[in-house]
Design a protein around this ligand. Structure first.
Ligand code: TYM
Length: 333
């Protein structure tokens, strides 16, 4: 990573739960890549967060390495940024425990994601699922991050991170920087292709509802063709046209075109043409990523070199903050 003391710092992470979705890419990863020149960026594969739901050990291991390779393939440049594996950096679990003691039961109970996931995994509402936001706060605060690029669904977790940091600082002085969420104007909430009132999510059982970054071109085209729309057959952004609005947002996020430009482009054309065009632009965007992913996965030794180098630097940065916090609390260190 460059020596860039004046640059502001970015921190973000993603769970290694199989592949990434188009939602992950447009809501977060695209920004991760774009911000690398202007900021000092620190990114992580959030494997500790992933065990709040049960993982098959063999698959989990594979998913972590694939997530790492896919992030490199998306364009994370290790000449400019750090990309580490969360569980390799022990400071995260340690600060998370500390922050648990500065986080209230009531505020964690109000987290929408906790409520949603408790409904989905009613047989395994574990303490980790509940305390998930304080681990996320630890991830962010350890690096004194200024900005956190995420999709809209993480906004509440950013707010609680700010509250925890402010509470801690209120007791002990300026230990943590108070971070801000960095949420894109377009693509912050990519919706399901089958039920556009719901967020696109890889945990959705209907695989036609989400596009994976690693889906084959013909699969992507097919998923867009099957996307739920409405009966008006006019490509325009309007209330009540959730399906078309979602497709327009995707098209806009990928091509940079405004809604007006899209409406003009498809004036007089049907949904079939529009869906095909959205599918094709998404394929064009993802194909080079898929090719690079295959190259990275063919060189495991290189991947190991990458994360080991980044792990070292991440540990160095995060240890400073952890020690500072522990000293303030009164630990003998
Ligand atoms: P995760 O792994 O669920 O998602 C990774 C990122 O993708 C964004 N995202 C979306 N954006 C737009 N539309 C969608 N349909 C969509 N689905 C997901 C998410 O907002 C996120 O930015 N807890 C985090 C991971 C994490 C983290 C952190 C993030 C762990 N520690 C520290 C930031 C900072 C999570 O589960 O994201």
């Amino acid at each position: 990573m460059e020596n860039t003391e004046k640059k502001k710092r970015i921190l973000s992470a993603i769970q290694p739960s199989g592949t990434f979705t188009l939602g992950n890419y447009l809501g977060a990863l695209k920004n991760w890549i774009a911000l690398q020149d202007e900021y000092e960026c620190v990114y992580a594969v959030a494997d500790l967060h992933a065990i709040t739901v049960r993982q098959d050990p063999t698959k989990f291991k594979k998913n972590i390495l694939e997530a790492y390779a896919l992030l490199l393939a998306c364009g994370i440049d290790l000449e400019k940024s750090l990309l580490f594996i969360q569980s390799h950096i022990h400071t995260h679990s340690e600060l998370a425990w500390i922050l648990n003691c500065y986080t209230q039961f009531g505020e964690l109970s109000r987290m929408t994601q906790f409520k949603d996931k408790s409904l989905k995994h009613a047989d395994n509402i574990n303490v980790g699922l509940f305390a998930y936001p304080s681990l996320m706060a630890a991830d962010i605060l350890l690096y004194q991050a200024d900005l956190v690029p995420v999709g809209e669904d993480q906004r509440q977790h950013l707010e609680i991170t700010r509250d925890i940091a402010a509470r801690f600082n209120g007791i002990y002085g300026e230990v943590f920087k108070i971070p801000e969420a960095y949420i894109p104007k377009i693509g912050a909430r990519v919706m399901s292709l089958q039920d556009p009132t719901k967020k696109m999510s890889k945990s959705d059982e209907n695989i036609n509802s989400w596009v994976a970054v690693l889906d084959k071109p013909d699969v992507i085209i097919k998923k867009f063709k099957r996307a739920v729309t409405d009966s008006e057959a006019v490509v325009r952004y309007a209330e009540g046209k959730d399906g078309i609005n979602n497709l327009m947002s995707i098209y806009s996020a990928v091509t940079g075109k405004t809604n007006e430009e899209i409406e003009r482009e498809f004036d007089g054309k049907g949904y079939g043409d529009f869906k095909a065009a959205v599918g094709e632009t998404v394929v064009d965007m993802l194909t080079p990523i898929q090719n690079r992913f295959n190259e990275y996965m063919a060189d495991k030794q290189y991947l190991e070199e990458c994360y080991k180098k980044c792990d070292e630097q991440a540990l160095y940065i995060s240890q400073k903050t952890l020690k500072k916090a522990m000293k303030k609390i009164g630990f003998v260190i």
